[in-house]
Design a binder for this molecule. Structure first.
Ligand code: CP3
Length: 385
């Protein structure tokens, strides 16, 4: 029954607040038979601090995980990735399982995030793209005309059977630690597809959005279908929560977001509502969009480091948990500074209905992993209830 975490981790097994009393918590779950996914199985993760915080229930301590916790900041990641391209790694269930577990073992975080990438479902339906090291996703034939939409067919579970297989392996290893599935939101995916790669100003994307609203709407709707199918595969395989990354949507003004993007994101979030797993919705530079991103259908709104969480809660309104929001660059400072800034985040979060501690964006590749481990311990200790 017990999650094995794929090997040994003295750290993760000892002294981790949510692992203490593990057995008793598990026993209680069986009695209440909490079900949080449609398999009819009592979920081992239901009573985790992370899922409780997402549901805005009282927690034993503030749960912590980090966007991009799996990746280049970890030497063990760099080692297992040696000689294997990024997209190929995402298609190998053994590697995906190992890489997803690495930060859980090392840092004792309260949730794992599935190791994959936002462009994996696009690759899986045959879009000619690659992830270039140090650059990001690059698309061979950018989508700018109606004919180009033919590149985007629906995604079936068979297209991503390696995802189902990896999640099956992972949930067995993770035991009571929840697994977060994820996908890129339609706007952020469209930005890569229309620009042909990473972009600072999103000029081609905006040109299409303003210049051909019908083609834009059709593109986003098609991406919403693909994204919805990709999230469903992950939930049905055993993911306990999902995060919709709209990383670059902060480039838009609220009126444009509401008119041209929100319907597609809402469609994605609505399509997985019936599973009852928490839906987290995150973007960078989205201070002005937080209310709308909540309205689009999130249970948890992810906040970057530019807006304090108490102010973010006012913008989002009641009935939603928040996730965030330590500036990832703070981890390059002294331990005292990290603690001070973490205290600021916790103080701003004190009145929230639910808080999941995270960074305001992903872990930077040159972050000292020990600084992350110390931060997890610090937040757990400070918030022990
Ligand atoms: O730990 C985790 O968070 C899970 C893994 C994860 C990856 N990508 C792995 C990855 C997640 C959640 C993503 C999402 C993702 N991918 C987003 C949304 C999150 C965000 O940061 O805003 C975006 C915009 C992408 C697109 C993308 N893929 C970028 C910008 C890059 C970085 C390019 C680079 O090399 O700097 C990638 C590649 C990528 N995805 C890496 C990882 C670990 C680095 C590749 C490597 O290690 O070789």
């Amino acid at each position: 029954m017990r999650g094995r975490l794929g090997g040994t981790s003295a750290r993760a097994a000892q002294g981790h607040p949510h692992r203490a009393g593990h057995f008793f918590i598990r026993a209680k779950i069986r009695v209440v038979s909490a079900i949080d996914r449609p398999t009819g199985q009592p979920s081992q993760t239901y009573d985790s601090a992370f899922l409780k915080a997402c549901r805005r229930e009282p927690v034993p301590h503030t749960p912590v995980w980090f966007m991009r916790q799996a990746g280049r900041s970890l030497p063990e990641y760099r080692k297992v990735r040696e000689g294997t391209a990024m997209l190929e790694s995402c298609m190998r269930p053994d590697l995906v399982t190992e890489i997803t577990l690495q930060p859980v073992r090392r840092h004792g975080v309260d949730a794992a995030i599935f190791f994959s990438d936002i462009v994996v479902p696009l690759k899986a339906i045959g879009v000619d793209l690659d992830i270039k090291p140090g650059v990001g996703p690059v698309v061979a034939q950018p989508i700018r005309r109606r004919e180009d939409l033919a590149q985007l067919r629906d995604l079936t579970p068979e297209d991503v059977s390696y995802v189902t297989e990896a999640i099956g392996m992972l949930t067995g290893e993770l035991g009571s630690t929840p697994l977060i599935g994820f996908a890129g939101a339609p706007f952020t995916l469209a930005s890569y597809l229309v620009e042909g790669g990473p972009s600072k100003n999103h000029e081609h994307t905006k040109a299409l959005m303003y210049g051909d609203p019908q083609l834009w709407a059709d593109l986003l709707d098609r991406l919403a279908e693909i994204t919805a199918s990709f999230l469903k595969v992950q939930i049905e395989a055993g993911a306990s929560a999902v995060q919709l990354f709209d990383s670059w949507v902060g480039a838009l003004a609220p009126a444009d977001y509401r008119r041209s993007v929100m319907p597609a994101s809402a469609k994605v979030l609505q399509s997985v509502a019936s599973y009852g797993v928490p839906r987290i919705h995150f973007g960078v530079g989205t201070g002005e969009l937080l209310g709308l991103m909540g309205e689009a259908g999130a249970d948890v709104v992810g906040v970057d480091y530019r807006v304090a969480l108490d102010e973010a809660a006012r913008r989002v309104g009641p009935g939603k948990a928040l996730q965030g929001n330590l500036d990832p660059a703070v981890l390059f400072s002294t331990e005292d500074a990290v603690r001070g800034k973490a205290d600021e985040v916790l103080a701003a979060a004190a009145g929230l209905e639910g808080h999941v501690f995270n960074l305001g964006h992903g872990v930077l590749p040159t972050t000292d992993p020990d600084a992350l481990t110390r931060l997890v311990d610090y937040v757990h200790t400070r918030t022990q209830r």
